[in-house]
Design a protein around this ligand. Structure first.
Ligand code: HH2
Length: 278
């Protein structure tokens, strides 16, 4: 999933793709680089971000979705917490609703998702973007995030969303310390065990700077982003939300080629791995 933010203030690409032509050119680059889906956002949810009102968010994303639909067949996702924005985006051609509030932002979220019939991403966040990084607290972050997402998936199912339309996302950086983020990445198998496809978004995020303080600028976090993408893929994550599509696709292909070589090496070897020596 390639990130395309039509916002003035997103932490990584804020302001770069506000003009329609700039956003379309970036979409072309993401698609050429191998993105399977584009995630269009009109409201930054980075730590400290101020909420955006509905009319402003609609004005940022709907013309872009319409223009993209007219020129490319790549599926489009709308990154929004607001049911009205999701409705307009799906009417304009989006087929996925990516909601960082896991449909808790408005009471009609789950019913709207069911009526739209689109795919939905339910993401975990503790608190709200403006204040979520002040003092995140969990007793057992993996257990709590998994239980919350299981609960939100149940709410979606109860509202009538089809089971095969639901994705889950642990929400890296959304009300979490470095230790929480690392525990969630290390414990992805627990979330995957719920049986829904899992999405992961850690591209260029602050947790990388927390490990490498020299990477003050989000553009300097490619190495860390790739390390997390590979860890996610290895754990069985089905979708990676990234800014650097070409580099991520390349890393995944190289890792897959090594895995394939390991398998054929293990099969061709006269001694099965783990077998006692002759
Ligand atoms: N992260 C961001 C936004 N949307 N959606 C999902 N499903 N998972 C994520 O991890 C996620 C997300 C934040 O990143 P970005 O869009 O690059 O920045 P901003 O929120 O400043 O627009």
């Amino acid at each position: 999933m390639g990130v395309l933010n039509a916002t003035p203030d997103s932490f990584s690409d804020g302001g770069r793709f506000r003009a329609l032509d700039d956003a379309l050119a970036q979409a072309d680059r993401l698609i050429a680089a191998g993105a399977d889906i584009l995630d269009i956002g009109g409201e930054s949810t980075r730590p400290g971000a101020a909420p955006v009102d509905e009319s402003e968010e609609l004005a940022r994303v709907i013309p872009l979705i319409q223009a993209l639909r007219a020129r490319a067949t790549t599926p489009l996702s709308i990154d929004t917490r607001k049911p009205a924005v999701a409705r307009a985006a799906v009417a304009a051609g989006a087929t996925m609703w990516n909601d960082v509030s896991a449909q808790t932002f408005a009471p009609d979220g789950p019913a709207t998702a069911a009526a739209l019939g689109c795919e939905i991403v339910l993401m975990h966040m503790q608190g709200q973007p403006a204040t979520m990084q002040r003092a995140p607290r969990y007793d057992d972050v993996v257990l709590e995030v998994t239980a919350f997402l299981a609960d939100r998936a149940r709410a979606a199912l109860a509202a009538g969303v089809a089971r095969d339309r639901i994705w889950l996302d642990p929400g890296i950086g959304f009300g979490k310390t470095l230790a929480h983020n690392l525990a969630l990445i290390a414990g992805l198998d627990r979330l995957i065990a719920l049986g829904f496809p899992v999405a992961l978004g850690a591209s260029r995020k602050g947790m990388i700077r927390a490990i490498d303080p020299a990477a003050a600028n989000p553009g300097e976090r490619l190495g860390g982003s790739l390390a997390i993408a590979l860890a996610g893929a290895r754990a069985g994550v089905a979708m990676l939300r990234v800014h650097d599509v070409r580099e991520t696709v390349q890393a995944l292909r190289v890792a897959a080629a090594i895995d394939a070589a390991r398998q054929s090496h293990d099969q061709g070897s006269p001694i099965a791995p783990g077998a006692p020596p002759p």
